[in-house]
Design a protein around this ligand. Structure first.
Ligand code: UTP
Length: 217
């Protein structure tokens, strides 16, 4: 089985350091049987740097490049357990022996899109979006505490929510529109789970019952 995991920077970050060995152990364990590809997000570090640079820089591609550097910095945290090269392109990632740990690639999308591109490239059995909320909600649960979590959502509906384009560096959506388009076109089996719950993440990787959202394709 080949599984690509988009591990959000909100989950894997220096603020959450005690989590890193837990998830590394999970990757090591699952990798004994399956091929894992982990794409790490930039989280707060990316947003912090992008916000600072935006004061004097209007070049979105350059701001994205700063975000990419943050994703690779976060990837280096978990890579302490693997000490492998961090691939910078989809092709380089696909050519490596799993487990593969990487961050972003080029400007114009988020690491969710990188994960979807990698899933397409390696014909992954599953794409797991591991974020810091329990799944996809009808409305942003951080802004609307009463918002209802969806057990499943059709990719078309998600595309309608996310849009199809990349608007600006550091933009935050549950799954970015570019990733949604690839998931829809390639019919990639996808789920969204709270990555902070390592047991739920493991269940999602194996396609077992989990508390999150299944994206119907
Ligand atoms: P993230 O993928 O972390 O974006 O990339 P995010 O939406 O903040 O996701 P979470 O919060 O970690 O889950 C951070 C920024 O880096 C740039 C974009 O500007 C993105 O917003 N980036 C990342 C790219 O331009 N290309 C990439 O391949 C990856």
């Amino acid at each position: 089985m080949k599984v690509v995991i988009s591990l959000g920077g909100s989950v894997l970050s220096p603020e959450n350091a005690s989590y890193i060995p837990e998830v590394a152990n999970l990757i090591i364990r699952v990798s004994q049987e399956h091929d894992l590809y982990i794409v790490v997000g930039g989280g707060k570090t990316a947003r912090h740097y992008i916000t600072a640079a935006r004061v004097f820089c209007t070049d979105e591609q350059y701001l994205d490049t700063i975000g990419i550097a943050a994703t690779r910095l976060n990837a280096l945290l978990i890579n302490a357990f693997f000490k492998k090269p961090i691939p910078e392109t989809i092709e380089a990632a696909a050519a490596m022996q799993p487990p593969v740990i990487m961050g972003g690639t080029v400007p114009g999308h988020s690491t969710d899109a990188v994960a979807a591109m990698l899933a397409r490239r390696v014909s992954a059995d599953r794409l797991v979006i591991a974020t810091d909320v329990d799944g996809i909600y009808e409305r942003d649960p951080k802004r609307y505490p009463g918002a209802k979590k969806l057990d499943s959502i059709h990719i078309r509906e998600l595309r309608a929510m996310a849009g199809d384009t990349w608007k600006k560096a550091g933009m935050n959506a549950v799954i970015d529109g570019i990733a949604c388009r690839i998931i829809d076109e390639e019919k990639i089996s996808t789920c969204v789970v709270n990555g902070k719950d390592v047991k739920m993440l493991e269940n999602a990787i194996y396609g077992e019952e989990f508390n999150g959202t299944v994206v119907e394709v």
